[in-house]
Design a protein around this ligand. Structure first.
Ligand SMILES: *[C@@H]1O[C@H](CO)[C@@H](O)[C@H](O)[C@H]1NC(C)=O
Ligand SMILES: *[C@@H]1O[C@H](CO)[C@@H](O)[C@H](O)[C@H]1NC(C)=O
Ligand SMILES: *[C@@H]1O[C@H](CO)[C@@H](O)[C@H](O)[C@H]1NC(C)=O
Ligand SMILES: *[C@@H]1O[C@H](CO)[C@@H](O)[C@H](O)[C@H]1NC(C)=O
Ligand SMILES: *[C@@H]1O[C@H](CO)[C@@H](O)[C@H](O)[C@H]1NC(C)=O
Ligand SMILES: *[C@@H]1O[C@H](CO)[C@@H](O)[C@H](O)[C@H]1NC(C)=O
Ligand SMILES: *[C@@H]1O[C@H](CO)[C@@H](O)[C@H](O)[C@H]1NC(C)=O
Ligand SMILES: *[C@@H]1O[C@H](CO)[C@@H](O)[C@H](O)[C@H]1NC(C)=O
Ligand SMILES: *[C@@H]1O[C@H](CO)[C@@H](O)[C@H](O)[C@H]1NC(C)=O
Ligand SMILES: *[C@@H]1O[C@H](CO)[C@@H](O)[C@H](O)[C@H]1NC(C)=O
Ligand SMILES: *[C@@H]1O[C@H](CO)[C@@H](O)[C@H](O)[C@H]1NC(C)=O
Length: 416
């Protein structure tokens, strides 16, 4: 019994010690002043189609500005533009932007202050009949795929009800005008941050003032197959002269979820994927998209509602994605790459139709992707936490053996 007491005391000590160190070590105090505006400079008679909007979030730093633009004119896209001026503004030639989105109809001025830009575009939802129960679109026969839902054709609900200035969050919901979407919708929630922190809701990605987060969910869609599974296709656009790469890291920051030991057993949840963007002639990372390979099957999930997801390899896409924002902003033949995120795992008994819901979260920002300084520490804590009782058992075992031997020899001696 005392063995467990010792173990308990050790664990408590290490967790307290670790939390204190982690608290001190996580010292990213950089802040931006964030403000959000809708359709900057849009005046009648120009008007966007119903439900379509251009959201501009400005993150003002000491010497620079980070502009985040979210627009659902065409496929929904999030554009990040960094400017080394505090006076930079977003300028839209609205008639041209609405009509043809010609290159240059949306700019960040002065253009000479722009140091980096990149965009993330959600292009399609793929649906396939997973007859072999592999949850792997890459090994699934092409004949099992249904016509994908093209997000550029979606109709969107009015933004007014869903814009919240005070917490810098905007939600866009849209659907295709088909039978499957009668009760269904695809929603994107953008969050822009003033400082470093962590979202309360799972997967609780670490963020900083140079990043924003998109939470994507697919709710109430009627599947077309009996064993339908889904994948989300997204593309990343960057200036020419940049290259992309997907890095996988192991992380163990799941002390922020209540089921840390369960999480430990499912090693997959400890991974973090960073799709980084770096100049061709250098190895320093300028921008990133970051996600964890986990999706949730309920809007307010418990641990059992988490499901792994996987991504296909990066492919080069020759056409600029069908997003007005991207087509209007990028003028010099940008580079586009795409990948699919598919939900579910091999032999997974739970299908989309069982809950009618799936959600996934991605962080997008400039600079290096946020990483947990806490990880190594937690590994040490767990190693110590697990090894202490083991050591006690071994030491205790040896002690008991030695004592038994000594007692035995004292018993046998008189017979000799
Ligand atoms: C901002 O610019 C001023 C003067 O140009 C410089 O002294 C300061 O270090 C800069 N601050 C940051 C955070 O780059
Ligand atoms: C918009 O497009 C239509 C047809 O393509 C054209 O007739 C009209 O002149 C355009 N308007 C503007 C402001 O570009
Ligand atoms: C801002 O960036 C531009 C382009 O990279 C550069 O030419 C300019 O010198 C920079 N200005 C400042 C104040 O850093
Ligand atoms: C199911 O697996 C079999 C055998 O591996 C394969 O031939 C078939 O194409 C698969 N079916 C689908 C729809 O992927
Ligand atoms: C949306 O909000 C704007 C500004 O707050 C207002 O002018 C407009 O009438 C609203 N639209 C609807 C449909 O409520
Ligand atoms: C906006 O967010 C704040 C803080 O989360 C909340 O108190 C407020 O009720 C929200 N407003 C609307 C209209 O949702
Ligand atoms: C949509 O929901 C209604 C009411 O819940 C239901 O009667 C109808 O069958 C649903 N339609 C589809 C296509 O699932
Ligand atoms: C965020 O950007 C600012 C300005 O470029 C930079 O000083 C700061 O180090 C960045 N913070 C992180 C965590 O990358
Ligand atoms: C789905 O299952 C039902 C009943 O098991 C069957 O009649 C139907 O043909 C199946 N549909 C497809 C698309 O496989
Ligand atoms: C990388 O290339 C850019 C132009 O493509 C150039 O401005 C920059 O100086 C180069 N940097 C290095 C370290 O070679
Ligand atoms: C996504 O998956 C579909 C179906 O396998 C495939 O046709 C498409 O090319 C994939 N997209 C990307 C960007 O890999």
């Amino acid at each position: 019994m005392s063995m467990f007491k010792v173990h308990f005391i050790f664990s408590v000590l290490f967790v307290v010690f670790g939390a204190a160190l982690g608290f001190l070590g996580n010292g990213d105090t950089f802040r931006r002043k964030v403000s959000v505006e809708l359709n900057p400079g849009l005046n009648p008679p120009s008007s966007l189609p119903p439900g379509v909007a251009l959201v501009h979030a400005r993150g003002l730093g000491l010497n620079d500005t980070l502009h985040f633009l979210l627009c659902n004119h065409g496929a929904p896209a999030l554009l990040l533009v960094h400017s080394n001026s505090t006076e930079s503004t977003v300028q839209v030639n609205w008639p041209v932007f609405i009509n043809r989105s010609s290159p240059g109809s949306l700019t960040v001025a002065p253009e000479s202050s722009v140091t980096y830009s990149s965009a993330l575009v959600f292009t399609r939802i793929w649906e396939y009949d997973d007859v072999n129960n592999t949850a792997d679109p890459q090994t699934t026969a092409e004949s099992s795929f249904y016509t994908p839902y093209e997000l550029q054709n979606f109709i969107w609900t009015d933004l007014n009800a869903t814009a919240n200035q005070s917490d810098h969050m905007i939600t866009l919901c849209g659907r295709e005008n088909t039978e499957s979407f009668v009760n269904g919708s695809l929603c994107l929630k953008l969050s822009v941050f003033e400082s470093a922190g962590r979202d309360g809701a799972w997967p609780s990605l670490l963020h900083n003032a140079n990043s924003s987060q998109l939470h994507v969910w697919l709710d109430g869609l009627t599947p077309r197959g009996n064993r339908s599974r889904f994948a989300l296709e997204f593309q990343s656009v960057a200036d020419s002269g940049f290259q992309g790469r997907v890095d996988v890291r192991s992380s163990i920051d799941d002390e922020y979820t209540p089921s840390i030991f369960k999480m430990l057993m499912c090693g997959v949840f400890r991974q973090v994927f960073d799709w980084v963007s770096l100049p061709l002639n250098s190895s320093s990372v300028w921008g990133f998209s970051q996600w964890k390979p986990v999706a949730y099957r309920k809007a307010t999930p418990v641990f059992e509602d988490a499901t792994p997801c996987r991504n296909s390899p990066l492919v080069s896409v020759s056409r600029v994605p069908p997003s007005a924002l991207v087509q209007a902003f990028f003028t010099h033949e940008p580079q586009t790459h795409g990948l699919n995120i598919s939900f579910g795992v091999d032999k997974d008994p739970v299908l989309y139709s069982d809950t009618g819901y799936i959600s996934w979260t991605v962080l997008m920002g400039m600079g290096k992707p946020p990483a947990d300084s806490f990880s190594t520490l937690i590994i040490i804590i767990i190693a110590v936490g697990l090894c202490t009782p083991l050591a006690i058992i071994i030491v205790g075992g040896v002690f008991v053996c030695v004592r038994k031997r000594m007692t035995r020899s004292s018993i046998y001696e008189p017979i000799n």
